[in-house]
Design a protein around this ligand. Structure first.
Ligand code: FES
Length: 164
């Protein structure tokens, strides 16, 4: 069995008497373990909880904390907590979405960027804040975000050239 399916089975085995109310915790555990909710997990969870896949996909798409694709090389978290909201995080989110042409929960086709919306990350004094693969960027603006994305893209290009 491949490692992804092994991990899914291991997570599910941890829920001995699983009920439908365990759906969200199970999805969270799977995402924590492999970085996203792999499509194979949907059918396995469906069997375990006796739920149709459509119901599980509904939950996956309703909550934007869930990803159904592997995270990109640069995982972007846009804070949508109150302080960041007041300082214009909605515009920041739209800028990332429009620049990369992805929605929260998705990864760009080249696998470079993925996007997630998060609640307050505890750095309200620096709002609006984004975090890219663990690094915080403070008081971002739509322009600075476009610039950051451009820089990361060319960084990745340079690295790819070096690796050839
Ligand atoms: S609201 Fe964004 S860091 Fe607190």
């Amino acid at each position: 069995m491949d490692p992804i399916n092994e991990t899914i089975d291991r997570v599910l085995a941890g829920y001995k008497t699983a009920e439908r109310s365990d759906l969200i915790p199970i999805l969270q555990d799977i995402q924590d373990s492999i970085g996203y909710v792999h499509k194979d997990a949907v059918s396995k969870i469906g069997t375990k909880l006796n739920l149709p896949p459509s119901k599980i996909f509904g939950v996956l798409t309703f909550y934007n904390q869930f990803r159904t694709e592997p995270p990109g090389r640069y995982h972007i978290m846009v804070c949508r907590g109150t302080a960041c909201h007041v300082k214009g995080s909605e515009k920041i989110l739209k800028t990332v979405q429009n620049t990369l042409k992805i929605e929260p929960g998705q990864t760009t086709r080249d696998g470079l960027f993925s996007l997630e919306i998060v609640a307050c990350v505890g750095a309200c004094g620096l709002s609006p804040v984004i975090n890219i693969s663990g690094e915080f960027y403070a008081r971002v603006t739509p322009d600075s975000v476009r610039e950051i994305l451009k820089t990361l893209k060319s960084e990745a290009k340079e690295e790819a050239k070096r690796d050839v």
